[in-house]
Design a protein around this ligand. Sequence first.
Ligand code: ADP
Length: 303
Amino acid sequence: MAEVTVRDLCKNYGKCEALRGVSFDVECGELFGIIGPDGAGKSTLFRILTTLLLADGGTASVAGYDTEREYKAIRECVGYMPGRFSLYQDLTVEENLEFFASVFGTTVEENYGLVADIYRQIEPFRKRRAGKLSGGMKQKLALCCAMIHRPRVLFLDEPTTGVDPVSRKEFWQMLKRLKEQGVTILVSTPYMDEASLCDRIALIMEGSFIGIDTPRGIVAQYGEPLYSVKADRRAELLTDLRGMSGAEACYAFGDEVHVTMGDAAGGEQYICRVLAEKGYGDIEVRRIEPTVEDCFMKLSARQ
Ligand code: ADP
């Protein structure tokens, strides 16, 4: 049975349509990623699912409970790590953890086994105030606090935003271990490279899901050939590639331009020839495998 069920969920803030009829299920024990840029609606969705906000339309259930009618039961069995730092800055590491345990009527000792793996990494700093921790350590403590009452479902809202790359990697390893202990995890992120670490992902843009599948499934649906293009005169390159006959999705990607060519259009040689005719130098064109970010760009261009 699905641990999280969402049907046609809508939420408006005045004229802003933050969620426009979102539907999905998350299975028990799944690590499910909600991937999208700032302002896409990720926090709004998590706030509704953790019963902190009421939806304007649609229904949602978590652990079998309805988010409106049975919100008290949901609050007992979910853990929530909000996007902004949620800890008490003036309390020490161990005081924060004890506080969160006591709020849920449990003790750190009772559930220590569940967080031991993560807590051991911050234990040397247990007497330090949370406000004095580094970003990576704050994030580990916040995860421990969200887990200390042994929740069935864990909601992590952009847990790796603003965290250094090493801590980001460690964080995902921790999530994998939590998942192995049977916790259902919903995690949101604006980092497309984190998508491949999830069992399934939903791509969200402007309050709508534009794709739901396994990361491989999303990539497999890409369809047309994709090319990475580099050349001098970078400022004009994007415009010229967009104007090229046969070009479909076309966007800047780091210091390259990624361009999709319809099946009928030519491949590398065709792109090289068009650019050479326009007087470009240092032309490099490679056929590449799409990433989740490429899929996001392509799907969002269709909206
Ligand atoms: P994300 O978490 O993906 O960044 P949010 O759910 O925070 O997205 O925001 C979705 C949209 O709703 C954005 O356009 C944002 O500006 C708007 N929004 C969020 N919270 C409020 C609020 N309390 N009042 C008005 N608009 C809001």
